[in-house]
Design a binder for this molecule. Structure first.
Ligand SMILES: C[S@@+](CC[C@H](N)C(=O)[O-])C[C@H]1O[C@@H](n2cnc3c(N)ncnc32)[C@H](O)[C@@H]1O
Length: 269
């Protein structure tokens, strides 16, 4: 896999990415997407870290970027930006009119890409405290606020932080399913967006198939058919390559929220 480091990282982050020593398992190791791991040389010696143990990933500066964006060639944030910005402009809005709720924000890569396209206000939310700390460490000042917790059950201080903002855009990139964000949290975030606001998210194509058991396929189809969201853009794309070198196909959905998701639509989960 080739190394791509053409991103607009700060020199500090760029240096951290360049200096990391990592090794991946052999190709054709046959592991599932939520089992992928890497070994990385840290101050404490070589450590094996599972990608889905995000808290452990984010504490190593540059590891997420090197692994996901350089080695695995993930371009999902750019894909979402490429689809969202023209849609906004076509609707006669300016990027600086948006206040984005960035769900599963991680260390801020997605918001960083969108800031590069002119969006200025972001509030991040992630389940891991280490994600918030990494965003502050690697991209200080990017988020107006960063909330940590489960959106369906936030601690009071985090809820009051979030309540200070009103949102007209939801982004959620590479964070739905796989034991990460469940449909209930996605619905709670969607319901925080004002009617007429934007929703821009990606989801693995398997979770959109008719035999999906995560609950996302039914929920998203219902959102589109029963008027919660206008699905103006719905595009399959290669999210990244896997440890085995296979292309992982996701779908990007961009549309406008028309009404809240009622609780009853989640009853099957
Ligand atoms: C693959 S990372 C994607 C990060 C970022 N959106 C990006 O594309 O670079 C998935 C993120 O979802 C977060 N996450 C997992 N479960 C969550 C939940 N229930 N609520 C909020 N964030 C969650 C993880 O901590 C992780 O930061």
């Amino acid at each position: 896999m080739s190394q791509l480091t053409t991103e607009p990282y700060t020199s500090h982050l760029h240096e951290a990415i360049q200096s990391l020593e990592v090794a991946l398992p052999v190709l054709d190791s046959g592991m599932d997407q939520d089992e992928e791991w890497i070994v990385v040389n840290t101050e404490c010696g070589w450590q094996k870290i599972r990608l889905h143990d995000y808290g452990d990933v984010y504490v190593v500066p540059g590891l997420y970027e090197k692994w996901v964006y350089d080695l695995f060639q993930c371009r999902s944030p750019q894909k979402v930006a490429d689809l969202l910005l023209p849609a906004i402009q076509e609707a006669g809005q300016a990027p600086e009119d948006l206040t984005v709720l960035d769900l599963g924000a991680g260390n801020g890569y997605v918001a960083d890409v969108l800031r590069g396209r002119g969006i200025e206000r972001f509030v991040g939310i992630d389940i891991f405290e280490q994600a918030a700390a990494a965003a502050q460490r690697d991209r200080p000042g990017l988020y107006n606020d960063y909330v940590v917790g489960d959106l369906t059950d936030l601690p009071a201080d985090q809820e009051s932080l979030l309540a200070q903002h009103s949102f007209n855009c939801l982004t959620c990139v590479a964070a739905l399913g796989f034991g990460d964000i469940p449909p209930s949290v996605f619905a709670a975030a969607f319901n925080r967006i004002e009617n007429g606001g934007w929703a821009a998210f990606t989801i693995k194509s398997d979770f959109m198939s008719k035999d999906d058991r995560s609950g996302f396929s039914r929920l998203i189809r219902r959102m589109l058919s029963d008027g919660a969201m206008d699905g103006d853009v719905h595009e399959p794309f290669v999210h990244r390559v896997s440890t085995d070198g296979n292309e992982l196909v996701y779908e990007a959905l961009i549309g406008r929220k028309r009404r809240d998701i009622p609780g009853g639509w989640l009853a099957f989960n």
